[in-house]
Write a protein that binds this ligand. Sequence first.
Ligand SMILES: [Zn+2]
Length: 169
Amino acid sequence: MRSKYMNQFLSRRTFILIPTMSILKIIFKPIQVFASSLASKEDWNLSKDEWKSRLSPESYYILREEGTERAFSSQLNNEKRKGVFHCAGCNQPLFLSDKKFDSGTGWPSFWDSIQGSVETKVDFKLIVPRTEYHCSRCGGHQGHVFNDGPLPTGKRYCNNGLALRFFPE
Ligand SMILES: [Zn+2]
């Protein structure tokens, strides 16, 4: 009698729990995505030490600690050849050279990214909100995107050269 009661209780509980859990999953999903600046795919969920062994100290600072390199310090700022700019963390292609333009800021700038290759979040490092963007695969910080770029998008992806690797065609 007692176990029958327990069974009924459990099945009722499960009945309530399952839909509740799926609702929670839906609610919490955007938060997980937001927190993905560390890594968005399990394969790329590397520890600090693993990242440090893969990257130069300068690139580690940019990619994993959202650092910013000195303006005009990257050779990629002047890179004008045809090719593809990849994430220096995981090698995912992020930008095509025909979307690159000279913004005069001292950082490699693009008016569009390869579809699905970057994700954004808002940061308040300079108090004024800015839109940070990072590689959608490894979560590595790339730069900030502004709405003062050239047409057709009007976007300016202001990228750290140390976060990129260029492959000429
Ligand atoms: Zn990456």
